[in-house]
Design a protein around this ligand. Structure first.
Ligand code: 5AD
Ligand code: FES
Length: 348
């Protein structure tokens, strides 16, 4: 076990069967060993600094019907909303005052946000907040569309591949979506010059250890600047509503593995991790994560962007998130900083 972790530390990757062995046999002791190496690497590149990204969930309309997702088109129980450009800019204003230097515009695949509308919004944020990074995350677009947003001033794009196994991809999505197209989008984003984030859910229905090993090998090959992973959490109004949630220990172990694979990478400790365990986000940082993505959406819409059940920070307590997060991060010996937090060595 330890020798495999040492090999991963030295070579930043493993063979598929070695990943499978690790994922099937890890225990508390090996996890702690992995996490200590992971923390030595995050410490080397980032010290005790944790970056934050202000997440603006600007639309919960979506034309897709992913079986796991609470805002899938077939879910009639969702109260759909779209933020106006003014509302989005006002989120940025609040966020900037709170110290955020990255804004993430995340949403469903919503045709109402035409390229013209997106470009206009991105340009306005770029003009209003020249010291901030703009991250986009609203699914699959063509090369030309991604290029337009980039030229308007966007810097980064988040698009989780969800699973790198073809059969598993089929089990999670309707036929209108394909792993091939997903990968093509990721390659296009990299080609254009975005800092790219991908990722997957841990413990999604029908996932095997082999799927996870394929995820890790795909990530190695893509070489993204960011990787977001979190446990699958069932949403009651989806076809997967009765499946169990993913495991916290496995998610943390995978964060540790990803830190060893991409020592200077940007790895969020996700809201989903904080949802399955009250100390999940702190544990993520101690496993090697160095990014938090708190919600900047107007309090009134937060409950409506429920990708999974019991999502945290969507109620009355949400106004306190900033203080709460600062304290949580400090409690494990880290510090939230007011920086863009770009990928080290990234040339735009
Ligand atoms: N549980 C956990 N994560 C989910 N996502 C979507 N639905 C769920 C769920 N039920 C994740 C997907 C998507 C990201 C925005 O949220 O990986 O890419
Ligand atoms: Fe939202 Fe703690 S971060 S309440």
């Amino acid at each position: 076990m330890k020798n495999l972790i040492d090999k991963l530390y030295q070579e930043q990757t493993l063979e598929k069967d070695e990943f499978i062995y690790l994922l099937e046999h890890f225990d508390k002791e090996t996890s702690e060993y992995l996490f200590s190496l992971a923390r030595s690497l995050s410490g080397k590149y980032f010290g005790n600094e944790v970056y934050t990204r202000g997440l603006i969930e600007f639309t919960n309309y979506c034309k897709n019907d992913c079986y796991y997702c609470g805002i899938r088109k077939s879910n009639r129980n969702v109260d759909r909303y779209r933020l106006t450009k003014e509302e989005i800019l006002s989120c940025c204003e609040t966020g900037h005052e709170l110290g955020f230097r990255t804004f993430v515009l995340q949403g469903g695949e919503d045709g109402a946000f035409t390229d013209e509308v997106v470009v206009d919004i991105v340009k306005s944020i770029r003009e209003g907040y020249p010291d901030c990074a703009i991250t986009l995350s609203f699914g699959e677009k063509t090369y030309d569309q991604y290029l337009k947003y980039y030229e308007a001033g966007a810097n980064r794009y988040l698009l989780r591949h969800e699973t790198a196994d073809d059969a598993h991809y089929r089990a999670l999505h309707p036929d209108s979506l394909s792993l091939e197209n997903r990968k093509e989008c990721l390659r296009n984003l990299k080609k254009i010059g975005y800092q790219v984030g991908t990722g997957f859910m841990v413990g999604s229905p029908y996932q095997t250890t082999e799927c996870l090993a394929e995820d890790l090998l795909f990530i190695k090959e893509l070489s993204p600047q960011m990787v977001g992973i979190g446990p699958f959490i069932p949403h009651k109004d989806t076809p997967f509503g009765n499946f169990p949630a993913g495991s916290m220990d496995l998610t943390l172990f995978l964060i540790g593995i990803l830190r060893l694979m991409i020592p200077n990478g940007l790895l969020p400790s996700t809201t989903a991790l904080g949802t399955i365990d009250p100390k999940g986000r702190e544990a993520g940082i101690l496993a090697g994560a160095n990014v938090l993505m708190p919600n900047l959406s107007p309090i009134g819409v937060r409950k409506k962007y429920e990708l999974y059940d019991n999502k945290i920070c969507t109620g009355e307590e949400a106004a306190e998130c900033n203080v709460c997060l600062r304290n949580r991060v400090a409690s494990v010996g880290y510090e939230i900083v007011e920086k863009r937090g770009d990928f080290i060595g990234f040339e735009e």
